[in-house]
Design a protein around this ligand. Structure first.
Ligand code: D3G
Length: 494
């Protein structure tokens, strides 16, 4: 054997040893991971899940492996947490370790790790702190957010009156009003309901949100690294997200040209001022890219989640007119017909509060939560989860936890009422998630739900085209989001 041959042989032996060692190392590490179905190379546990019903697939696998298990969705290795105990122990008791953000393929395509919602580390921290403070300041400003919602509710009532009892799809009636609240904060102004650009933005949001709930969207979340280069409906969703980004980029330019640092008009202005203040700080995350992406996060999340919840809620009231009737009674008793609802009414209206909570519980807006990631090697329930591993806090499994809700599959406001008809809190109510990355729009969202809901029901009763028995309240799509079926409703002045 010549020298070259000997060296080649030596190299092959070295490489083989390395491979054996690394496999052993991986298996050793894996053995401390939570158990789970054995993955195939490249596709992981793809064959064990149904992309048109990921939530149920995950729950089924949980029945076999327990409430904490490991699954491979394509190349993604994910620790799945089911039920109140597991989710709470991870996200709250070990809050810091579970505070990283995981992947969200469809949205990552545009965000690329920028913006407050889909970022990690120092970036997420700085942007979150700033966003919370700025939203709070707007709430305490000369015109509080509550007043803004009450005013917007009047525009909504007027538009509903305009339907004159004729049945309609409520989707954009609701999203225009909900979106105008966050638009006032983000852009300093509301849109006219007939504004063509506004309607086009709302359809971009609505349709890209729906895409995340489809089987194709779920498939994309597994195989985004390949599918981003292949043709398919994901590119329609991307186009819509790009349209939203372009709109916000234009808004930012206009604000830059007209900025008065002494009187910021909106979220964008506040961010621009912060950029100025931090321009000498090399660790600052206050960049144009983060401004556009954070504004897009707030605009998107502030529009679609609340309006989809309201849309699902009205479908549920069409199904259960006796529940609608009880809400009417409480509104008449507490608010009457001569003034608008306000947030002080909330504590006086336990039944309405219970109904709104039950709508949020039942509609389960983000069933698998936004994916998290452990920020360091993490000990959890006797397992070791390596730094960077993704985590699904399955919020739907908490909202339907048998230990916390008597009839989890049934829409029943009693879930939030005690024997005396008083509002009863439930620790497993966490549609906004919990822990370090819980939804910071929660307060705003709950104000909007209460004020829009009570304003509409103070002024209208609902009429269905089909008898309640025939209304299907099961979701049309469940993926990243839960999407209710299409329906028409007519609203009759009371
Ligand atoms: C979607 C797109 C951009 N930024 C945020 C979202 C989103 C959807 C649902 C939630 O965030 C959770 N609040």
């Amino acid at each position: 054997m010549d020298l070259l041959g000997a060296m080649a042989l030596f190299l092959v032996i070295c490489l083989s040893c390395l491979m054996v060692l690394s496999t052993w190392h991986q298996m050793h590490r894996k053995s401390k991971m939570p158990p789970g179905p054995t993955p195939l190379p490249l596709i992981g546990n793809f064959l064990q899940v149904n992309t048109s019903d990921m939530y149920r697939s995950l729950m089924k696998i949980g029945e076999k492996y327990g409430s904490v298990y490991t699954i491979h969705l394509g190349p993604r290795r994910i620790v799945v947490l089911c039920g109140y105990d597991a989710v709470k122990e991870a996200l709250v008791d070990q809050g810091e370790e579970f505070s990283g953000r995981g992947e969200q393929g469809t949205f990552d395509w545009i965000f690329q790790g920028y913006g407050v919602a889909f970022s990690n580390g120092e970036r997420a921290k700085q942007l979150r702190r700033f966003s919370i403070m700025t939203l709070r300041n707007f709430g305490m400003g000369r015109r509080s957010i509550e007043e803004r919602i009450v005013e917007e509710a009047h525009f909504l009532l007027e538009s509903l009156r305009g339907t004159k009892g004729v049945p309609f799809d409520p989707t954009y009636f609701l999203s225009r009003s909900v979106s105008n609240v966050i638009s006032s904060i983000a852009f300093g102004n509301r849109f006219e309901y007939e504004d063509k650009e506004f309607l086009s933005l709302l359809s971009m949001i609505n349709e890209s949100f729906r895409f995340t709930a489809t089987a194709w969207g779920q498939l994309y979340d597994m195989f985004s690294n390949v599918m981003q280069y292949l043709p398919g409906p994901q590119h329609e969703a991307f186009k819509k997200l790009l349209g939203l980004e372009e709109f916000i980029t234009r808004k930012v330019k206009v604000n830059q040209e007209t900025l008065d640092p002494n009187s910021p008009r909106d979220f964008i202005d506040c961010f621009l001022v912060k950029m100025q203040q931090e321009k000498e700080n090399p660790n600052s995350e206050f960049s144009l890219k983060n401004l556009v992406m954070t504004t897009l996060n707030i605009f998107f999340a502030g529009t679609e989640t609340v309006s989809t919840t309201l849309r699902y809620g009205f479908l549920l009231l069409l199904k259960y007119p006796e529940i609608e009737e009880k809400v009417h009674k409480e509104i008449d008793r507490v608010i009457g017909q001569n003034r608008s609802p306000n947030m002080d009414d909330q504590t006086q209206m336990p039944y309405t509060e219970a109904v709104i909570h039950e709508i949020q519980r039942f509609s389960d807006m983000i069933p698998m939560g936004l994916a998290r990631r452990v920020t360091r090697d993490t000990q959890f329930r006797g397992y070791t989860i390596p730094k960077g591993t993704e985590v699904f806090p399955v919020l739907g499994s908490v909202l339907r936890d048998r230990k916390h809700f008597a009839r989890p599959e049934v829409f029943d406001p009693q879930h939030f009422l005690d024997a005396n008809g008083q509002f009863k809190k439930n620790e497993a109510f966490m549609p906004f998630s919990i822990g370090k990355r819980y939804c910071f729009g929660e307060r705003l969202a709950r104000m909007e739900l209460f004020l829009f809901f009570t304003s509409i029901l103070q002024n209208f009763r609902f009429k269905s085209l089909i008898p309640p028995e025939e209304i299907d309240i099961s979701p049309m799509l469940v993926g990243f989001a839960t999407i209710p079926r299409f329906y028409d409703i007519s609203v009759i002045p009371r």
